[in-house]
Write a protein that binds this ligand. Sequence first.
Ligand code: NZQ
Ligand code: ZN
Length: 385
Amino acid sequence: MFNFDYRNPTHIVFGKERIAEIDKLIPPQARVLVLYGGGSVKKFGTFEAVKQALGTRQQFEFGGIEANPRYETLMRAAALAKAENIDFLLAVGGGSVMDGTKFVALATHFAGDAATLLWNGTAAVDSSKILPLATVATLPATGSEMNAFAVVSHPKGKFGITHAQCYPQFSVLDPSLTFTLPKIQVANGVVDAFVHVCEQYVTYAAEAKVQDRFAEGLLQTLIEVGPITVAQPQDYDARANLVWAATNALNGLIGTGVPQDWATHMIGHELTARFGIDHAQTLAIVMPSLWQVSREQKHGKLLQYAERVWNITTGNDAERIDAAIAKTREFFESLGIKTRLRDYDVAKADIDDIISALEAHRMVKLGEHQAITPAVSRQILEQAW
Ligand code: NZQ
Ligand code: ZN
């Protein structure tokens, strides 16, 4: 196991009808900016419940944060936060709203050009000027409710950033707030969480038994509850297990002390930026093909995954690995998520654009061995077509 530091400061407020407790978690004198997306939270009553919980505090709102939140939109929110002297940000929505709010927290009082944080990292931010934030999560998928990452879309591409102060102070996770999600978003959530686990688990052995078995437990949970919660959105227990699995898939715990991959995500981000394909769908396209191409490097872990997650115990090594990859693809497809690039109206010739974008973003040595060069990414995408 590698050396590691682990600290996760986010207070999770999990369960039914917990929104009212926000009142106890935000300073009474705070000037609060509530950020949300395209309107689902207004339509389904979550926004109103938050407003009630905030009571007599000074409240401001910023709506219209789009899926794959855009830099320009977030800078408008940051301008509002600055003009109104906001001292607490409350994200109400899915990963895009939570991520966007983290960027607003960093950008509001940043003295320089905030766009540079996207490509230079966040070291230049004065940490005494970062706004505190919290979330009411309405979509189980990204883990943003309990991690310090944010992904922001800019005309130059889709960029991931992080800062220790981007952990939400608290996150309200009420599974029933997610009942209103369209089926496709629930399926996206299952796949995103599944791939988050795999990016930290299907790499190479590091004698990290706790992390491995946590990861396997999360994958088995997603395989068990995923189809139920897509088919029966009102089944509280199935949804509660999806919510908690998705949070644990990317809150840092299973990634401690182990090698991590993330090549599927980096290639996937380029597919979203270029073709607008939903985040999780890009992952379902890339990962099975990446495993085929990297099967030698991932040999041991793919066999472990085959046996412990899918109970594949017969056949030689190559057959077991083939079966595990096929099972993974079938699982995604069974949820209604297509796994081929051609299913999303992408032409084979368009792969050139993705390779150029990876090069432009210096994504030229990806994966746990930094072995995924643009030539390998091309192979992965061609096989994914
Ligand atoms: O905008 P509204 O109207 O709220 O509708 C949203 C949006 O259209 C809707 N929705 C959310 N909650 C709902 C609901 N509809 C009905 N009922 C509800 N309860 O769902 C749609 C998608 O929302 P979005 O927030 O975009 O989805 P998701 O949570 O999948 O977030 C995707 C973003 O997160 C980033 C992705 O790159 C992408 O930009 N990621 C963030 C990560 C992180 N912070 O750690 C890691 C991930 O790998 C990922 O990259
Ligand atoms: Zn993801």
